[in-house]
Design a protein around this ligand. Structure first.
Ligand code: NAP
Ligand code: MG
Length: 397
């Protein structure tokens, strides 16, 4: 019996090897079981260029309208890609465009299997990173300072009055950077983290360097604490979950000595750096899921990895690559499960669970792609190409 859906899922197609696998996943693992209801947006680089990137904006607006999206990896164009694809324009990263519209926080969680042991042997449960996706060094203004002189921060208010602060009196050449964040964005970040912690039943940690950065990082700490005290303290207590604040260096030390099993809310840069640490210590980038949670209650699911460009070139030459589809499959299962939850569809929720179980069971039985084979303990029974691997999952499903 085929499973029905109520509300369409926003399907966002992408580029290169992940686009190739996207179709195989749909054909073998989804369409035989689910009457997929989707609103489709093609964010392949050529179509983004042809539509002047309007398709990216429309896809984000569709997620706001319907509530749940699932996205394939996409190329962020640079000058090399401009030549390769003969592009008219160099548009910003689609993820940045979508994030700006959804005002989101990105949560990254490793997919764990028994055969792949984390390199940190005290970890018993995955650590989820919640990364603030706005501002700081990612939206900074930078300047080279040629020689001696004063650098100041100047704030010109709307009434024209000014406030000034000396950054440094330069005696010789150097560099300077100005960065910012917004109270509203920090509040959204805090709310998204508390909501995620409650939904996933995880304790939540947050850390900054507020001893050194008393105003900037201090504001992050204050806002997080305010949101906790006024909106989530009781709910977390009822769920038996703790909110823990500490300094970033203390947090890093505790993460490495600890047992895992919590949400680690990170400022933008900390999240960038620590999510790669968590991913590689947990196993492989191909096993990292990613979901964008917006404070107005919409969700976008994707794989944390990129388009796996080098595999794509080999596929174009006729090779059946052993690219790992795990995170792409989890993007679909995550999105379908969320759709099921919002629409009260028990059989769809059940299907999403079975899909994940079939994938994990295949790997636990020693059947896997090349990237995992190198990490598997005990060693793999069979190393398959992506197509045969997906067939093996379909068989179990
Ligand atoms: P990548 O696509 O993540 O691949 C980097 C390397 O990681 C690959 O060469 C491969 O290693 C390994 N890898 C990643 N995913 C894998 C998988 N599923 N199975 C097996 N191995 C996997 O990153 P990139 O090469 O830096 O970027 C390629 C393109 O993706 C760029 O155009 C970039 O803009 C885009 N990108 C998009 C997103 C997104 O849409 N979310 C994120 C990041 C990058 P081996 O070659 O050693 O096998
Ligand atoms: Mg990074």
């Amino acid at each position: 019996m085929i499973i029905n859906m109520k509300t369409p899922l926003v399907e966002i197609d992408g580029d290169e090897m992940t686009r190739v696998l996207w179709n195989v996943i749909k054909e073998k693992l989804l369409l035989p079981f689910v009457d997929l209801k989707v609103e489709y947006y093609d964010l392949g680089l050529t179509n983004r260029d042809n539509t002047n990137d309007e398709v990216t904006v429309k896809s984000a607006q569709a997620i706001l309208k319907y509530g749940v999206g699932v996205k394939c990896a996409t190329i962020t164009a640079n000058t090399a890609r401009q030549k390769e694809y003969n592009l008219k324009h160099l548009h910003p990263s689609p993820n940045a465009t979508i994030r700006a519209i959804l005002d989101g926080t990105v949560f990254r969680k490793p997919i764990t299997v028994n055969r792949i042991k984390p390199s940190i042997n005290t970890w018993k449960a995955p650590i989820v990173i919640g990364r603030h996706a706005y501002g700081d060094v990612y939206k900074a203004a930078e300047m080279e300072i040629e020689g001696a002189g004063r650098v100041e921060l100047v704030y010109t208010k709307q009434d024209g009055t000014e406030r000034r602060l000396t950054v440094a009196d330069f005696k010789g050449p150097g560099i300077v950077q100005g960065m910012h964040n917004l109270d509203d964005s920090i509040r959204s970040f805090a709310r998204a983290c508390f909501i995620y912690a409650l939904t996933e039943k995880l304790p939540i940690w947050f850390a900054t360097k507020d001893t050194i950065s008393k105003i900037y990082d201090g504001r992050f700490k204050t806002i997080f604490n305010e949101i906790y005290e006024t909106e989530y303290k009781e709910k977390l207590a009822q769920a038996g979950l703790e909110y823990f604040y500490t300094l970033i260096d203390d947090a890093v030390a505790r993460v490495v000595k600890g047992e895992g099993g919590f949400l680690w809310a990170c400022k933008n840069y900390d999240g960038d750096v620590q999510s790669d640490m968590i991913a590689s210590a947990a196993g492989s980038l191909a096993m990292m899921t990613s979901v964008l949670v917006s404070p107005n209650g919409v969700f976008e699911y994707e794989a944390a990895h990129g388009t796996v460009q080098q595999h794509y070139y080999r596929w174009q030459k006729g090779e059946k690559t052993s690219t790992n589809p795990a995170a792409l499959i989890f993007a679909w299962s995550g999105a379908l499960a969320k759709r099921a939850e919002l629409d009260n569809l028990d059989d769809l929720a059940d299907f999403a669970k079975r899909l994940e179980a079939a994938l994990l069971d295949t790997i636990e039985n020693g059947i896997m792609t090349g990237d995992l084979a190198k990490l598997s303990d005990p060693p793999p029974e069979k190393i398959l190409n992506s197509w045969d691997f997906i067939d093996a999952i379909a068989e179990r499903l």
